[in-house]
Design a binder for this molecule. Sequence first.
Ligand SMILES: [Zn+2]
Length: 394
Amino acid sequence: MKRKQSISVILFLFLFVMSVAGCGSDKREELNRKLEEGEVLLSQEKYDEAVIFFEGLFNAHQDSISIMEKLDYSRVMSASRQHLDEALRLLEEEHYQEVYEALSGVSSIDEKGQLEKDKIFSEIRSVYVDRAEKLSDARLFKTAMKELDEYLAFVTTDFEVEEMKTDILAKSMIPLEPVVEEVKKIIVINPGHQAVQDKEKEPLGPDSTKLKNRVSSGTRGVASGVYEYVLNLQVSLKLRDELVKAGYEVIMTRTTHEVSISNRERAEMANEKGADLFISIHANGSENRNKKGIMTIYPSKENPYVSHLSDEFLKLSTVLHEEMIKASGAESAGVQAMDNMVTLNWSKVPATIVELGYMSNNEEDLLLNTEEYQDKLVVGLVNGINRYLDEKTP
Ligand SMILES: [Zn+2]
């Protein structure tokens, strides 16, 4: 090679290298600017745009590893967010199974997406747990279990939900206590007589031509001087208070002496109220001053009005009689059949007449007018009423 030639070649090479180097530095500058532009898109989470942007850039610079990396990252993030959006849409529609499927496409490098995914998971979990709790409270145990099983199918493990299932199962084993609306038994107490007797007549029983005074005068204590209607009301009010305490609904035919209610009207009061029991409280009187003791009265089988109720009335009369004697220690004056008692003859509900004792007997009259003895009689009456109603209802 000639020297001149070699100089020109060197010069040419020099100029070429210089020009390439100069040109190269321009291109690098432009590429960096482009990469920064793409970086902005990524920081703004515009991944779809970033994909298009880096694809364009990559086509021009296929040898650039950093562009390839950015392009890959953009593609992963773009797909991840599409899955997340899809999951949110499905969540709105409550398609939980599909939400889980969509969320599986959220990339592990998508940190924000992963946080969102966890939020959605716990949202779905609480939907199922809340439903199951409500169902369990409503004792719809099977359906509650189904809800939790559906949830557990989405997730591999959830110990708390497994535990909840165990609790629900245990709860389902407990038999439901029967919720029985408490219907109180109705007891009508009729304190016999009133301050002023009523000599107007009324039929002895339904369809009867036989007549009887509307309200007779009753007896009077030979030693105490107390009128029967006073004693009757005293004991009846005590009985009322104890029966109310025992949970009964009590209706009084009278609570004062100044009334005018016939015996038939008193019985009809009990009928109208649909009473479970109708108890008339009286005290006895006899010309035989030695007579003492407790008597109860029921209609006989030959009674023209309520013979069909004779057995029931006898049962009630017997139970009360027994319990009163037990509680008071009184003598027995018997469980007597009588067919001339208006309150019994007009009654359509179990009824009895209780004769507390004889006011014609000095000793018993005084006893009947003591609080202590009255309390004992009331205990006997309450026991008898409880027993009769217990034995009656299965
Ligand atoms: Zn009487």
